[in-house]
Design a binder for this molecule. Structure first.
Ligand code: BJW
Length: 230
């Protein structure tokens, strides 16, 4: 059985990474347009860099939770039959042992040079405008996907959705496209669809089944079901 899992901020919430749209979420005190558009970056690079520098630094204080670990166990059991597509820019899937992970909205621990285009791992702050190690230009930006930009690896994601028998969406509000359109695409290609979320998402009714609860409870339980067979 081929499985595509789409994850969002909710899967990392119990690790202590704030979500975007819940009360107390990441954007409190920050309008999303202030920090997550190319226009905002052009107008106020220091504000945007500081926001991402703080979040990159905060990754040092968080760890994967039981939901991330359950997906890593699933990959260890089914190998190439699982692809995790994450909207998250944290690295908690990788730190729990998952290897087949697509970061469609980029990664906090990476930088992209606006001068030479090179994407590279980056653990340090960017707000002091360090030179690009490749070309020397002071033109590095966080390697994340902002509103109005095309998410990464869309061809690979669409191909995986086309081959999936099961599509599972975990911890995402369904407010941001094209990720939010994955359920319709997967269903159109013939996959069964399942939502695991704290509460019904915007697109909950599009799923064949929706379960509500915290990811650290729902995901290990679902993985145990899959591994115990039909
Ligand atoms: C728990 C829990 C627990 C809490 N357990 N659950 C079609 C229609 C309308 C608009 C558009 C459209 N197509 C495109 C657009 C425009 C735009 C868009 O979608 N706008 C909307 C606001 C309407 N999209 C874009 O601009 C995208 N680009 C694009 O479309 O390019 C065109 C193109 C596409 C494809 C092919 C060719 C061309 C780019 C979108 C980029 C989004 N970027 C961000 C920032 C990334 C960097 C960063 O992190 O700072 O990505 S925005 C932000 O939202 C971030 C997230 O990945 C994304 C989704 O958020 P997520 O993960 O769903 O978090 P929340 O907080 O919203 O929800 C958390 C959920 O968890 C909640 O439901 C909770 O209940 C739940 N939860 N605790 C389980 N313990």
């Amino acid at each position: 059985m081929r499985i595509v899992v789409l994850t969002g901020a909710g899967i990392s919430a119990e690790s202590g990474v704030p979500t975007f749209r819940d009360a107390g979420g990441l954007w409190e005190g920050h309008q999303v347009e202030d920090v997550a558009t190319p226009e905002a970056f052009a107008a106020q690079p220091h504000v945007v860099h500081s926001f991402y520098d703080a979040r990159r630094a905060a990754l040092r204080d968080v760890a994967p939770n039981d939901a991330h670990r359950a997906l890593a166990r699933l990959e260890a059991a089914v190998g190439d039959d699982l692809l995790v597509v994450t909207q998250n820019v944290d690295d908690l899937h990788e730190r729990s042992g998952s290897r087949r992970v697509v970061h469609m909205h980029g990664e906090l621990r990476a930088a992209r040079c606006l001068a030479c285009g090179v994407r590279q791992p980056w653990l340090d702050p960017l707000s002091h405008l360090p030179p690009c190690p490749r070309c020397g230009a002071a033109a590095l930006r966080p390697d994340v996907v902002w509103f109005g930009e095309v998410p990464y690896d869309m061809d690979r994601i669409e191909e995986a959705l086309g081959e999936a028998d099961l599509f599972v969406s975990i911890g995402t509000s369904g407010a941001v496209y094209p990720a939010a359109g994955s359920v319709r695409l997967a269903a159109a290609y013939g996959a069964r669809t399942l939502e695991l979320n704290l509460e019904p998402s915007v697109g909950s009714s599009m799923f064949d089944e929706a379960r509500q609860g915290p990811a650290t409870r729902l995901v290990p339980a679902w993985v145990a079901e899959v591994l115990s067979g039909p």
